[in-house]
Design a protein around this ligand. Structure first.
Ligand code: B12
Length: 314
């Protein structure tokens, strides 16, 4: 629970709801912030947050907003976890009672996981956009997106469910990363080529890399999902990139022959990166580099770009 009063944005992120939803709950149902410091926006106290927690939980469980608000308003101020709502209005949760595990990730990741379980696209997008704008791409990927995506994968592996959640979240992540990339299109020639391995459909980590490169001012060209080896070599020969990042998420798509074909291309890149958990270090052809995470992939790509810029100037 909170010790200090929170802004509407902070409360929305904790609960995993859109700020507009909070506003509606305030205007229609009187569940607003109660702390008022003259000259400032009103702030939410921990009692306000507890009431909103009840509102969020009950509406997620299918209780009508008016009914949920009635229970939420009855929560005593002294009960910070809002246990006042009676048990009989807790119907079995529509997702089978489960949630997305996010490990030690912070409140924003828990909020995103809740919004994901409710299939609340507006709240999902808002949470991601806010994190990208305030923390940057690498921190957002590591602290928010990766834990939630891994949690969805974990839950899916255990229950075979959550496919709809996985698809909606993937789409929202893609859109948010694309918007972040578009907001800062770097100038200069695209010397970095990003591609998924043949039949590889997991594009999100590569999209995160694209957004992080844009943020770092490094131009890139993105081929996206499922690129056959011959098409990759064709793209390399036509564009002559300094570095190629080939993403494989699963063993099934990690055929090292794709990397060998890349290294044998007439316009062989200076740097070939085999990125993603699909690749096995002991099967990679000599000369291929394997980054351990997003930050390392960004700095390797930026270093190649810088060394080329330097040699063009000399
Ligand atoms: C979203 C998702 C999908 C989406 C992808 C949408 C998209 N546009 O990307 C869709 C629905 C398309 C999908 C499809 C499938 N999926 Co899927 N998917 C996922 C999920 C939930 C997240 C993927 C992701 O983005 N992970 C990113 C992070 C969370 O992964 P990570 O392992 O922690 O990654 C770290 C490392 O790679 C490292 N790293 C190292 N180098 C680098 C370099 C860079 C640049 C970066 C960024 C990171 C990095 O850092 C990463 C963290 O930052 C994962 C679960 C998971 N744990 O990954 C399953 C998962 C990968 N999918 C799985 C499966 C089985 C499938 C399907 C075969 C399902 C099916 N039956 O059709 C298909 C495969 C299609 C194909 N041929 O590619 C399995 C794979 C099991 C395995 N090991 O083989 C997983 C693990 C789920 C599970 N537990 O069962 N999937």
């Amino acid at each position: 629970m909170v010790d200090e009063a929170l802004s509407a944005g902070a409360v929305a992120r904790r609960l995993g709801v859109a700020v507009t939803t909070l506003r509606t709950w305030h205007q229609r149902y009187g569940l607003g912030p109660s702390e008022h410091v003259p000259g400032h926006h009103r702030r939410y106290t921990s009692a306000d947050l507890a009431r909103l927690e009840i509102m969020r939980r009950l509406t997620a469980e299918g209780v009508s907003p008016a009914e949920a608000a009635r229970w939420a308003r009855q929560a005593p101020d002294s009960s910070p976890n809002g246990t006042a709502a009676p048990r009989r209005i807790q119907p079995p949760s529509r997702d089978g009672g489960g949630s997305i595990p996010v490990g030690r990730a912070g409140p924003a990741a828990r909020g995103l996981a809740r919004a994901a379980m409710r299939l609340d696209a507006a709240a999902i997008s808002e949470t991601i956009a806010h994190a990208l704008a305030t923390s940057g791409v690498v921190a957002t990927w590591e602290g928010l997106l990766r834990p939630v995506l891994a949690g969805i994968g974990e839950r899916h592996a255990a229950t075979a469910g959550l496919i709809e959640v996985e698809h909606l979240v993937s789409r929202c992540v893609s859109e948010a990363l694309a918007a972040a990339s578009r907001a800062r299109v770097p100038t200069g020639p695209a010397r970095i080529l990003l591609s998924c391995a043949d039949e590889e459909q997991h594009t999100l980590p590569l999209e995160a890399l694209a957004a992080a490169l844009a943020e770092a001012g490094v131009s890139y060209r993105m081929l996206g999902a499922r690129v056959p080896a011959a098409a990759l070599v064709e793209a390399v020969n036509r564009t002559g990139p300094a570095a190629v990042v080939l993403w494989s998420h699963t063993r099934a798509t990690a055929d090292p022959a794709q990397l060998s074909a890349l290294l044998a291309a007439p316009r062989r890149p200076l740097l070939a990166l085999a990125a993603g958990p699909g690749w096995r270090a002991d099967t990679l052809p000599a000369g291929v580099v394997r980054p351990v995470d997003l930050a390392e992939a960004v700095s390797l790509a930026a270093a190649v770009r810088d060394s080329l810029d330097q040699s063009t100037r000399d």
